[in-house]
Design a protein around this ligand. Structure first.
Ligand code: GLN
Ligand code: ZN
Length: 759
């Protein structure tokens, strides 16, 4: 008999109840009891949904008010000193202060660092163990939720826990050259206690997530896995070790031989490994096959899945699951109203994915005839998607096939272009600019809403936006900036804005996915070949340029970022979709140039986060992603200056690829690291121009001209002056006008201080 289970359910709620409740609590409009009640209701509802979908073992402990890694840190009593945790159970407001720096009670403190969860767009809070960290069971949350769940689900409640090795791996110890593994002997007894308590409460199976087994691990960590799991054995308690997001590869034998009762593997990301796992995993252990894609929104090809499972099913008892937690998918397709009927038949959100698992189980155990009707419906949907004219566009395919290597290269190398650009743009030493967006005021958001709801006409909306652009241009001239931006008032989101104008993209109305804490995103769905029916930005930029003699930057989102922040096709390699977006952007770049725009910025903030989990896969990714950027940007004349922007500070391991983009100017985030990251550029002798940010836009603080001049001096010590630009770290969208007025005025003054000094 086949068993189904789920690894994790979306926490947000269909109407983002979790977000609303937690934000209301932060604002003081509901109290902790009310918050707790919403949590209980949501969890109960989610368990019932999963039960109704026919799932056998249902996860408990996957719910969180902010992040499950933070939950685990609190469970283990790992609270950084600055939060003044007195010991005992971690208070709710301490938890929120760790998450976001402040809470209704307690002193505000710098929040814990937040970073991306593997290669997803979900962010977790980085554990901060110290070398002398003591651990103790410090939260009742998991046990309380398990007790709640047992009332509803009975024995079929399955607690979920982030494993000790993955928790440690994800942590950052601020002491230098400290080996985190030395903490294990202190950590494991607490894990032992947790497991024992859950068993005493009636747990039969516990899912213990060790996603780091999908990474390249040092041998000492693999050894630590063996030792740890030997120590965590408890008689009568079954541990299901869950690995997801990629193949086990070199970790396969270790994973299969650990003394646990079952192993979950990601058969979507690593289908080719499934039979090896089945060979190596002892027959008495449960094999959980992650057969339904937990990272994407497509309906499964059930015939294909059944074929992959058939031979395994003959040999051993199988568990079926989504490839990973469903945290990364929207909740329920049935509640979606923004997607047309045809496209909808091609999709599956969390609820539908669970229903697919139940179908697969029935087909395996009783033969496909027993579910003939739903199987047939699924087959029809898959066939309709394959054959659809909306999916494949012969013109796009032809163009893709005809690309020559020349399309990836500017006509001349940077030194030649530089002279042409100098002559054309006539910029001072240390030119000043911004990253693009200016404050998105409540007024702008209100007008956009009015327009979307049909309450104001397109003409009125356009007139309003033009006024905003004119206002931004005036402001920038008054600050004395050298290269201006139009301010992006027409854009709600840097991907959505372009996706809405491209063929092949669709947008949901309710397809929310948690990004971090209460922040949700609605990723676009790329379902077909991408092309650009008409120019997307040219009218706005041309208008902005008409208002000023200074150069106006064209402002585009790069192909890799658009790919990275969308749900992508599973019927076409990512690189091909990326190339299609790049070709669309290439046309936009050409149109901007033809409209007289001399500086064009193509933002790629997501280039780095697209790096594959395994190093061996990096070169291929960097090769196509850099190639796509170059295809988007290389069709211009020498004198047209291409900028790119990236807002992160880790360039060391990809600096060659950054240089290979061959952008004339790159603007990056540098304020917080005090220009340290420029060492990567200096060491590599980065050949083109760089604008290291001197104004940290993530903070409401306004830096003085002197502070920024000091940062510029630091930069000038590393990068030749004539190749330095002066700009903020990122766009100014989230800031207020008074801060921007003061900060940009100071920034221009800082550039002047240095110009006086050096010329
Ligand atoms: N041009 C965009 C802006 O200024 C860039 C945003 C980003 O880097 N994330 O808002
Ligand atoms: Zn940025």
């Amino acid at each position: 008999m086949t068993t189904t289970h789920n690894l994790g359910f979306p926490r947000l709620g269909l109407r983002r109840e979790m977000k609303k409740a937690v934000e209301a609590y932060w604002q003081g409009t509901i109290n902790a009891d009310q918050l707790a009640r919403t949590g209980r209701d949501l969890r109960r509802h989610h368990w019932e949904i999963q039960q109704q979908a026919g799932i056998d073992w249902i996860p408990v402990g996957d719910f969180s008010w902010y992040d499950h890694v933070l939950d685990t840190s609190c469970l283990l009593g790992c609270v950084p000193e600055r939060f003044a945790h007195p010991g005992g159970a971690v208070a709710l407001d301490t938890y929120f202060r760790m998450a976001r720096g402040r809470a209704p009670s307690g002193q505000p403190r710098p929040a814990c660092e937040m970073t991306k969860w593997f290669d997803t767009n979900y962010h977790y809070l980085v554990p901060e163990p110290t070398p002398d960290q003591a651990f103790s069971l410090s939260s009742e949350k998991l046990f309380e939720e398990f007790a709640e769940a047992r009332e509803i689900l009975g024995d079929k409640a399955k607690p979920v826990l982030l494993g000790p090795l993955s928790w440690l791996w994800l942590g950052k110890c601020h002491a230098e050259s400290f080996d985190k593994l030395t903490l294990l002997p202190r950590l494991l007894p607490v894990y032992g206690e947790i497991l024992q308590r859950l068993k005493d409460q009636g747990a039969q199976w516990i899912q213990i997530d060790e996603p780091i087994l999908a990474l390249d691990l040092p041998p000492s960590w693999l050894t630590a896995f063996e030792q740890s799991y030997h120590q965590l054995q408890i008689k009568g308690l079954n541990l299901l070790l869950a690995v997801y997001f990629g193949p086990l590869a070199g970790n396969l034998k270790t994973a299969c031989s650990l003394p646990v009762a079952g192993l979950h593997v990601d058969a979507v990301r690593a289908p080719e490994e499934l039979s090896r796992v089945a060979d190596w995993l002892p027959a008495h252990k449960v094999l959980s096959v992650g057969i339904v894609d937990g990272r994407n929104v497509w309906r499964s090809d059930l015939d294909e899945a059944l074929e992959a499972l058939a031979s395994l099913h003959d040999r051993r008892e199988l568990w079926l699951a989504p490839s990973c937690s469903l945290l990364h998918t929207p909740v329920d397709l049935d509640a979606e109203t923004g997607i047309d009927a045809e496209l909808k038949t091609w999709l599956a959100f969390a609820v539908q994915k669970l229903e697919e698992l139940t179908l697969l189980k029935q087909a395996l155990d009783h033969g496909p005839e027993i579910v003939a009707d739903p199987l047939e419906a699924s087959r029809r949907a898959i066939a309709s998607r394959r054959a659809s004219k909306r999916v494949t566009d012969p013109a796009v395919r032809r163009r893709q096939a005809e690309i020559t290597p020349a399309a990836e290269r500017r006509a001349n190398p940077y030194p030649v272009r530089r002279e042409a650009q100098r002559a054309k743009l006539d910029l001072p030493l240390l030119p000043t600019t911004t990253i693009g967006s200016f404050p998105q005021t409540p007024e702008i958001r209100a007008r956009r809403r009015d327009f979307k709801q049909g309450e104001i006409s397109a003409d009125d909306y356009t007139a309003f936006l033009k006024k905003q652009i004119a206002f931004c241009v005036q402001k920038q001239e008054a600050y004395g900036l050298d290269v201006l931006a139009h301010g992006e008032p027409e854009r709600n989101d840097m991907v959505e804005y372009f996706g809405e104008q491209l063929e092949g993209f669709a947008f949901t109305r309710n397809g929310w996915v948690q990004s971090y804490g209460s922040r949700c995103v609605k990723p676009p769905i790329i379902y077909g070949d991408v092309s650009r029916p008409r120019p997307m930005t040219v009218d706005w930029i041309r208008y902005a340029q008409s208002l000023t003699p200074k150069p106006m930057k064209g402002m585009l989102t790069g192909p890799v970022t658009m790919l990275q922040w969308s749900f992508v096709r599973d019927d076409l390699p990512r690189r091909d979709t990326c190339l299609q977006i790049a070709l669309s952007l290439r046309d936009e770049v050409a149109d901007l140039e033809a409209a007289g725009i001399g500086v064009i910025q193509i933002d790629e903030p997501a280039l780095r986060e697209g790096l594959p989990l395994r190093r061996k896969d990096w070169p291929a990714y960097l090769d196509w992603s850099v190639g796509c950027f170059r295809i988007a940007s290389s069709g211009v004349r020498d004198e047209t200056q291409i900028h790119t922007h990236m807002c992160y500070a880790e360039f060391n391991d990809i600096i060659e690829s950054i240089a290979a983009l061959d952008a004339d100017v790159i603007t990056i985030e540098a304020t917080r690291s005090k220009m340290d990251l420029l060492d990567a550029f200096a060491g590599f002798e980065y050949p083109n121009e760089i604008g290291p940010g001197v104004y940290d836009i993530h903070s409401p603080n306004v830096p003085s001209a002197e502070e920024m001049a000091t940062l510029l001096e630091l930069a000038a010590g590393k990068i030749p002056l004539e190749r330095l630009w002066v700009n903020p770290d990122c766009g100014l969208k989230t800031r207020q006008w008074p801060e921007v007025d003061a900060a940009l005025g100071n920034m221009v003054e800082a550039a002047r201080i240095l110009r006086r000094k050096y010329s």
